[in-house]
Design a protein around this ligand. Sequence first.
Ligand code: FMN
Length: 355
Amino acid sequence: MMQPINLHDYEMLAQKRLARPVWDYYQGGSDDEISLRDNRAAFARLRLRPRVLVDVNNCNTATSVLTRELTMPILIAPTAAHGMAHSQGECETIQGADAAGSGMIVSNDATRSLEDISRVSHGLRWYQLYIRTLSEARQLVKRAEVAGYQAIVLTVDTPLLSRRERDIRNKMGSFQRTYYPGAFAGNVFNSINGSIDDDERAAYAGHTLTWDIIAWLRTHTSLPIILKGILTAEDAALAVQYGAEGIIVSNHGGRQLDGVIAPIEALPEIVAAIDGQCPIYLDGGIRRGTDVLKALALGAQAVMIGRPILWGLAVGGSEGVKHVLQILQQELRSAMVLVGSPTIKHISRSLIQWT
Ligand SMILES: Cc1cc2nc3c(=O)[nH]c(=O)nc-3n(C[C@H](O)[C@H](O)[C@H](O)COP(=O)(O)O)c2cc1C
């Protein structure tokens, strides 16, 4: 077997391992997949301004996120249904995250129970919540708190599930029940993310939610509340005003509204609007250490990766997840040496060329 040396190798190897409908479910975006492609292209459009003759002998990617020490400013984004990539599902993934000194945001639509996943981890773990009903959400948040999760990530870009045409063609709903009958059993939602049924799509995650939901959530948890799926300065300002303690700039990996701005291009206006009031994270299209560097230079405190973790999991279980993270860490370190930023704190906006 080819030895993977970068994330693209993992992508190729994972495609060979996964049944077509699972591959399409993991890879795909919504509608014409414009935003999916643009997430990558937007990173490629940015150019770096390296500095030379800086002592980079002790270059180090270590950082801290919500007071936790991490070996790298890279976390695992919440993605559903890891059980379709590995028999142990998210329990396997999180062990890879721990081993690499990273951390994981566990999806509401995990294939293992949130307690099982937390039990095998000692590291950073946040719980990603979809609010489908208030009573269900209240229970999930309590369970997450008791189980040792350190933050609640509320995903706000999914009032309905977008049309993912690959899944529609593959009849993903029934496929999932065939290939992973236990999926979602540990949690509360019993049907597949990517369902072809319009009513199910519409009921996905709270199409009646408004900004007041943050105050409601605050009455049910003392954990930090982080909003995922912000793409504008306006919403970033409202997030802080309504009490969010962090935001994740994200377009759901190009899986929700097609044609939206790439997160890396939304980041500057959001950083300006937030003006240091809360940490900002970013996900979408990160495949290289230089992508991580660009996001940090533009003001993200850390980044998250989605699909590459699923590739690592499919190819090599927790070792594969760990290796994917370590490859990215190594690439980030090289990039930091080459731009003359020996620590994460040195990385600044002046590294980016404005065209
Ligand atoms: C297969 C898959 C499932 C996902 N499931 C969720 C989810 O359950 N909750 C959520 O907030 N985001 C979900 N996302 C979005 C990711 O958290 C993240 O925003 C995106 O994958 C980042 O882009 P990347 O895959 O290019 O790294 C999912 C993404 C993928 C690819």
